[in-house]
Every structure is written in structure tokens, then in C-alpha cells.
Design a protein around this ligand. Sequence first.
Ligand SMILES: C[S@@+](CC[C@H](N)C(=O)[O-])C[C@H]1O[C@@H](n2cnc3c(N)ncnc32)[C@H](O)[C@@H]1O
Length: 240
Amino acid sequence: MADLTELNRKHFDNIAHNYDTGFEKAISMICEETKSHRLWISSKWTDTAEGKEKEIKLLEYACGPGHISRTLEPFVTKCLGLDVSENMVATYNQRVQEAGISSEKMSAKVGDLLAETVSEGLQGPKYYDFDIIIIGMALHHFPDPQLAMKRFTDRIQKGGVLWIVEMLEDHGSEQEHKRISPESAQTVHKHGFGIEEIKALFSGAGFADTAVKILDKPFEMTLHGHELSKTIIFARGSKL
Ligand SMILES: C[S@@+](CC[C@H](N)C(=O)[O-])C[C@H]1O[C@@H](n2cnc3c(N)ncnc32)[C@H](O)[C@@H]1O
């Protein structure tokens, strides 16, 4: 595992039990925006003409507790979560059970698609041909975002979608993060992305029809007693 990945694994293993604390407002904002942007993200869902009666496979990579996936679960036929943190994966699976969703339809497992050599356990049809891959607030944790997006291209079927939820880059954030939470600041290599930067990452990974939206509503959180507010971007692209 690359150093940054290992730092992330340890950090998120430690905080998985109270990941939501301080982020309640932000999480509910993202879930609401997910619902209202669903048809902007993709036209293929179980309730649309394109998706009706078809298999629709969703992967949330770096899934954490899976709140974005649970928001979209009613509109797909299979949801898979992958994360390097075992405790995050356990939280995801526990929340699936609590929500009364079958583990056959929705489950997470530990996995690293960004490793130099991806494990045998992540080969096979279950791990390919996704209709949608979601990366929620995690691209800035990856050692090499462009390589990551290329790896996701390989896993998406033709016509499928990659959807990224990220912070809009802002130059004060890095210092603020290091001051307020030096430990979690070590788990990121960036504090968001610019619009042109994210578009270039999509085209560099072979996606077309890329669209980026800046959300009106702020992502408000409390980190170690400090109130913070971030601007969020939604970016989506289709695999040709
Ligand atoms: C900020 S959390 C986001 C979780 C979730 N997607 C959400 O929207 O709440 C970042 C997640 O990325 C995971 N992560 C970090 N680096 C990773 C990597 N290289 N591969 C897979 N997961 C990773 C962490 O374990 C953590 O669960």
C-alpha cells in the first residue's frame, strides 16, 4: 500500500465509529443534492426508460459508511462499496442491515483499486461493467487522482458514468486544515479541485460529456469545535 493509502486506512479505521459526528448537516445536504441531481448524473435508473428492467450496477469507491450509495440504492439493482478501511466497511454493512436492505443487493468489502497490483479478489465479473461509479469526497485522499480515474474507466461499462463529489479548491483551506486537525490533514494531498482541473482529469481518463456543477448550498461541518464551510462540486462524465 502506498504511504498515503496506509495513512488513510489507519485514520479512517480510528474514526469510523463516529465518522458522522460534526458532519451531520453536510451529509444530509449531500444526500439531498444527490436526490435532486440524480437525472443530471445519469439517465439510467430502475425508474427511467433507459434503465427499466435492466441490471444497474453501482460502485462507490472509498465508500466510507455509504450514505450516498444508500440514497441511490432504490434506483439500482446492485450496490457495491469498496474502501481500504476495514472499520468503514463494517459501518457500511451495519447501516445496510439497519436500513433493512439485503446484503445480496448491497454490501461493501475491503479493497484497493489503486494499488500497484490490484488483488485477485477484485477480479471477476462482479467487479467490472459498472453503470455508475461514485467517488464522494475521496479523490483528494488518493495518491494519484489521474491514475485512479483511469482505473475506474476500466471498471465502467460503455455508456456508464463516473460521478465525483469534491470540494472546490480554495487556497485558505490547506493552512486551516493543518492548524485545526494536523492528523487528518496528513491523509489528503489536496484541498479540492479547480473546475478546469477536474475536467482535464475526466478527459485524461477517456471520459466524454463531462459536466461540472458548483452547488449553491454550502457543505457545513464542525471539526474539533471549529465551524467550517466548503463549496462542493459535482462532476460527471460518460465512458464512450
Ligand atoms: C472523507 S471519507 C468519504 C467517505 C464517503 N465516500 C462519503 O462520501 O462520506 C474518505 C474515504 O476514503 C477512503 N480511502 C482513502 N484512501 C483510499 C484509497 N486509496 N482507496 C480506497 N479508499 C480510500 C477512506 O478510508 C474513507 O472511508
